[in-house]
Design a binder for this molecule. Structure first.
Ligand code: ZN
Length: 456
């Protein structure tokens, strides 16, 4: 009641205040070319990513380190930041001790990152895409990164009854939430949970070892995901997703393999193009010069790509068959489209869409522990069937199947769709050696034919 009475006295003051704010706002927008609207921080195993959301596109900026005490300075021309946004950041587990900001020559912004460890900074601008504003990304690479196991070391560990390495790639992460479902369910969280579930099942099985490509909530570029699987000499690469479709009625799980010639369906094409956009949303700066497969001779890539593709389709079919037992399928066959993340010339790679997060019923199920566990179990059962049929030479699974009978271990029964190149890739021996071991004059092989596989 008192409030109502007071109203009669307020208008003048209010009007004055409003117009004053208007003037301030007007001044604000004419002074600052780019406001930093919000700030986020993502911690990856080897770097820390700071992301500034910008109100305008091109940003003139400079990033440089200073010593004693160690700090990184970020100068952004003609810009401003809300200090509260910075204060609210969770900097635990990052090399950043605190973030300060201030004005330089009345309009430029200086942000100082006080460090408790030395880092190598790298920055780039991401243009507005897929609902994300223009962003300034600052990556701080840890300087004391543990060296990754070299191929040489891994090879040594491979002799005897080695584990089959299953690389599990939880899609999206960090800046890239993936598809969004009802009740704020995010694809990146759902698929991470399924992936962890799958990894624990894989690790609990003798003869298998899981390698999680993404180990937290941060973004990994698509080609880096493939390369991470190859670095650990993965026997298979499984990318896990739960995408959205234009039509919320779209439902069912699907399994995809790479296509070199275009997509097998409209949905496959749509999903592949959406997935391939992830780098624009998640953030990739600069060109990776270590991208070996782009530099390989076209023919070589073609050959081995065809090889891993036949194996990808094989394992894809087995996984799809198992998933069909626990959830509705979108299509009854493995679909193919040009997914960048599957473009590994030597590792059989599949992408599992565990369901459409845009479908309310499927989103609800994907949000339950039971359903995620069923999906993970189905994927692993399919994978095990694939490896039980033709276990990689030298693996525990091969030893379990054939015992010490090396002669038998080195036999391969040809199934539909297989080629000599595919078989050679799978056993890591050359086509020429397989031909020589079997007195083959050309590459013609028949379904059911038994090939002797020379030791790799
Ligand atoms: Zn996805």
């Amino acid at each position: 009641m008192a409030g109502r009475k007071n109203r009669t006295r307020k208008p003048v003051a209010l009007l004055f205040l409003k117009s004053l704010m208007g003037i301030i706002l007007l001044l604000g927008s004419s002074c600052f070319a780019a406001n930093i609207e919000s700030v986020r921080v993502w911690r990856a195993p080897d770097h820390t990513r700071l992301v500034f959301d910008l109100s305008a596109s091109v940003v003139d900026h400079k990033v440089f380190p200073l010593k004693a005490p160690a700090r990184i300075v970020v100068d952004i021309a003609d810009s401003s930041i809300n200090a509260n946004d910075v204060d609210e950041l969770d900097l635990s587990n990052t090399p950043i001790k605190q973030i300060r900001s201030g004005k330089r020559n009345s309009k430029d912004l200086r942000v100082v990152l006080d460090l408790n460890a030395t880092v190598k900074p790298r920055s780039f601008v991401l243009v507005k895409h897929g609902g994300k504003p223009d962003r300034l990304v600052i990556d701080l690479y840890d300087s004391n990164i543990e060296t990754v196991k070299t191929v040489q070391q891994v090879v040594k560990a491979e002799t005897g009854k080695r584990d089959i390495i299953v690389a599990i790639d939880a899609g999206h992460g960090g800046e890239d939430p993936g598809a969004l479902g009802p009740k704020k369910i995010r694809e990146k969280d759902v698929v991470y949970k399924i992936s962890k579930q799958l990894a624990s099942m894989v690790n609990a099985e003798k003869g298998y070892k899981a390698h999680m490509v993404r180990t937290g909530d941060y973004y990994i570029p698509l080609d880096t995901r493939r390369n991470k699987a190859r670095e650990v000499r993965a026997d298979i690469f499984i990318s896990i997703h739960a995408d959205a479709f234009k039509n919320p009625k779209a439902k069912g799980a699907s399994v995809f393999a790479l296509s070199r010639r275009g997509a097998t369906s409209e949905t496959a094409r749509f999903l592949a193009s959406k997935e391939n956009e992830a780098d624009l949303i998640g953030g990739v700066g600069g060109v990776d010069l270590g991208n070996v497969d782009d530099m390989l001779a076209g023919v070589l890539v073609d050959l081995s790509m065809t090889a891993s593709l036949a194996n990808s389709l094989d394992v894809g079919e087995k996984v799809l068959g198992q998933i069909g037992k626990v959830t509705l399928l979108h299509k009854n066959q493995v679909e193919q489209a040009g997914f960048v993340v599957l473009k590994s010339p030597d590792v059989p790679s599949i992408l599992v869409e565990t369901g459409f997060i845009s479908n309310p019923e499927e989103a609800r199920k994907l949000n339950t522990y039971d359903h995620r566990k069923k999906l993970a179990n189905a994927i692993f059962t399919g994978v095990k069937r694939y490896f039980n049929e033709t276990p990689p030479a030298g693996s525990y699974v091969a030893w379990k199947k054939y015992g010490d009978n090396l002669e038998r271990q080195m036999e391969h029964v040809i199934s539909r769709g297989e080629t000599l190149t595919a078989i050679a890739t799978r056993y890591k021996v050359s086509v020429a050696r397989i031909k020589a071991a079997n007195d083959l004059n050309d590459s013609t092989i028949k379904i059911g034919q038994i090939l002797k596989i020379p030791a790799s």
